[in-house]
Design a protein around this ligand. Structure first.
Ligand SMILES: *Cc1c(COP(=O)(O)O)cnc(C)c1O
Length: 450
């Protein structure tokens, strides 16, 4: 079959349910722990912070399928299916025998895959009769996606935005405000934990961990509010499985068997969503794939972190999660891939990595932007810096195929567009981009004990 340049899944093939990969994992990810008691957290404890339907999804390790609610499926129709593109132009420019495919999630106003989970989380908050939700945002994509989702369901949305992004990306902030969200730079003076972090680290430009703590505190102290998170959690990977399910069905329709599947990894949600159904096939012994997680060398949680229980946030208000982590006190250098600056990793991705089901590698910022530029010039899409980590690895894999003459099928997740990242592109174009890589001493200082 002739593979089209762009393939959209027909309506009748659209997934009706999300897939929970934990159902197929013999050894499950370790449970979340209550930091005070060191016992598994209970649904009641989590419901103080999260919506109850989402708590159910978070704690369910056995149910493989969760039906996508009608209003969420309706919203998905605004921007799904997302296209699966055969990167003919990139292949030709590389002179590789490999066939490269990418699943493009940037075709919506928020510009990334985050809308897939934002709309689900806003829907459950509305269903529960809440007034609004609080959250953090790093680079701004999650905050933007959540603002859109909250506007759709008429919910209030309070966003704590990592200070360096707030200053670097004023237009992101304005998109959020256009959708009705309030945006506060973090660490702020509005929360107890924000005031504490500001006092301990004067002049800090913030981190996702700090912003999470502020958002959680705000949810707990405001009647009718709950906290929602854009990555890391099992529920978010569940919603993001829509990416992988569409990809799996599309490849089947095209008669293509993937060899390598690649995704960038910040908290692990796009990667987890993209690979979930394929991991399921691998775990059930139906097919074999290589999975590659790509992370920034400046924030290398899988490749240089420790697999241990750690806090998901700097303020230590969230439950403990067992994951590959650099330590919740680790504040990464102000890299341009804001969405990948997280100290930890999804517990599902962490466990799969620990079991050897997936591989991981880290890449340097300038190499990432070189790949981004090459991709923009060949395939036409201006990619997000985060997504460009996956592009870098896909190009490197395609070059390996060129050396070995192997005609492999490489699939990668192109998570978003880079329109709001022009400061980063400017630094690269001006030759002023740095490649900060933390030293072993710096990592040791922040590493979790125990
Ligand atoms: C947030 C984000 C990421 C990283 O988050 P994950 O949870 O690891 O997927 C990657 N790409 C884009 C465009 C993002 O906005």
């Amino acid at each position: 079959m002739e593979i089209p340049y762009k393939y959209y899944l027909p309506a009748e093939d659209m997934p009706a349910a999300w897939y929970n990969v934990r159902a197929d994992m013999k050894k499950k990810p370790a449970p979340l722990l209550n930091p005070a008691t060191r016992q598994s957290v209970t649904a009641e404890e989590l419901e103080k912070v999260f919506c109850s339907e989402l708590v159910k999804q978070e704690l369910d390790e056995t149910l493989p399928w969760f039906e996508i609610p009608g209003p969420v499926a309706d919203f998905y129709r605004m921007f799904r299916p997302s296209p699966l593109v055969r990167a003919y132009f990139l292949e030709r420019a590389l002179g590789t025998p490999a066939h490269i495919y990418y699943k493009f999630e940037g075709n919506n106003t928020s510009g990334s895959h985050k809308l897939n989970s934002a709309i689900a989380q806003a829907y459950y908050a509305k269903l529960e009769g809440l007034k609004g939700v609080t959250t953090e945002t790093g680079a701004g994509q999650w905050g933007t996606a959540l603002s859109m989702a909250c506007a759709f369901f008429g919910l209030d949305c309070k966003v704590f935005m990592v200070k360096c992004s707030y200053e670097q990306k004023p237009f992101r902030r304005e998109v959020m405000r256009t959708y009705g969200a309030s945006v506060t730079p973090s660490p702020s003076m509005e929360t107890e934990v924000g005031r504490k972090i500001n006092a301990e680290h004067p002049g800090t430009t913030g981190s996702l961990g700090c912003a999470i703590s502020e958002a959680v505190e705000t949810a707990i102290t405001h009647e009718g509010y709950r906290y929602v998170l854009g990555s890391v959690l099992a529920q978010v990977l569940l919603h993001q499985s829509i990416i992988g399910l569409e990809t799996q069905k599309a490849l089947r329709n095209l008669g293509v068997k993937a060899d390598v599947i690649i995704g960038c990894a910040g908290g692990g949600s796009n990667l987890g969503g993209l690979i979930a159904p394929f991991v399921g096939e691998k775990l059930r012994g139906e097919a074999d794939y290589r999975f590659i997680a790509v992370e920034p060398a400046s924030c290398p949680s899988l490749t240089r972190g420790k697999y241990a229980y750690d806090f998901c946030d700097t303020g230590k208000v969230c439950p403990l999660q067992k994951m590959y982590t650099l330590g919740c006190d680790f504040i990464p250098s102000a890299s341009h891939a804001g969405g990948l600056r997280y100290h930890g990793m999804s517990s599902i991705i962490s466990e799969l990595y620990d079991q050897g089901v997936i591989e991981a590698r880290s890449v340097r910022q300038t190499d990432v932007f070189e790949a981004a530029q090459f991709f923009a010039r060949t395939e036409g899409i201006l990619p997000a810096p985060e997504s460009s980590h996956a592009i870098r690895a896909a190009i490197d894999e395609a070059k390996r195929c060129k050396e070995t003459g192997r005609e492999e099928n490489i699939v990668f997740g192109l998570t978003g567009t880079g329109y709001f990242d022009m400061t980063a592109y400017q630094a690269f174009n001006d030759g002023k981009m740095s490649d900060y890589i933390p030293t072993d001493e710096e990592l040791a200082a922040a590493a979790p004990r125990g």
